[in-house]
Design a protein around this ligand. Sequence first.
Ligand SMILES: [Zn+2]
Length: 426
Amino acid sequence: MSACHSAEPDIRLAAQVFEALRQRTADGPGITRDSYGPGEQAAHDLLAEQGKALGLEVTKDFVGNTYVTLPGRRRAAPMILIGSHLDSVRQGGNFDGAAGVVAGLSVLAGLRDAGLPLSRDVGVVGLRAEEGCWLPETWLGSRMALGLLSPDKLDDLRHVDSGKSLADCLLESGFDPQAVRVGERALDRAKVACFLEPHIEQGPVLAAEGFAIGIVEAIMGGPRFRDAGILGSYAHAGGAPRAYRHDAVAALGDFIARVNAYWRELEAAGHETVFTFGIVATDAELHSFSRVPGEVRFCLDARGCHDAVMQGVRETLAAHADALAQEHGVRFDFGADSGPAILPMDPDIRETFARLAQSRGIAAKSMPSGAGHDAGAFIEAGIPTAMLFIRNDRGSHNPDEAMDLEDFHKACQVLTDFVVGYPEAH
Ligand SMILES: [Zn+2]
């Protein structure tokens, strides 16, 4: 069944814009769009050019996010905003971030061509400085526009190459750090009815399971222990029988095994979670082939998308640690929990996306996002937000990102149907 209106996203335009983006920001095997640098600027210039060529309104906010707007009848009503970030990692792929902006542009071009009466403005935003690899914090463009960035970050965050502060990066690019300092907002609930962020999937799930697109449930959150450790005591490997040992590594081995078994139980119960012991290390100054290790450091990153499940995770981790501390005669010290909160997508929009995909015959999977995105900042600002993932089984942040334009087209169709069907009263 097809949609009951004539608007179709302009995929030919999207293909041209992807190609122009690739050419203008090419760097070795990939592309580089450095935040508040020439690469990111080239992408914003291209978005502005394309917006003007389509006869749409083109504006910028005080931190340089670029907006292309198709005006609706009620200009004062909060707009539907589609977009993502235009920066990339060094020698990254052409689609991470950019796909969401180009999707918005092809939706807008299709709506304009169809000449459908829109009750409110529909905008596309290209956001700045999302990646966190040029300035050491993520989602900066969206957080500054939403008034969520603490002003001291303007001076504290330094560009990794130039050492310049975020404030100087803004000033030199022609933007206004003072607006950030006084807490101005370019975007808020009164201006934005909802934020929709299409993004390539950064894992293998959609390709493996045969879905073109994913409807994101939430950006995962949960406990993160960056500096945890187990303290026992050092002893001679030959001289200390098992019952007399306080072996930190043996305790950690048991702990990791228990966490993995628990993870399988959670999965079997239908709870999507991930657990990663990314660093495990004994002390190079003290460890030795024939010494029982008296200390081991580790980090643990646990993520899920339901608060109740993650509360259970916290309790279970603590219970296993207590039991193993007893058993091995060691002490667990988890250190600070720097884990982010779970950021849930808007349930109504998710439901609408699912219904629209189904009526177009598009295979869509409900799934969590393990990684953070600008959408998270919009959720923090209280704006109804949703994300669509587009199949891509080659990961992201590398030149091999693969996204089939057919899958991209399907995501754009769902977005088009969403905009056309958006209730006037909202
Ligand atoms: Zn991204």
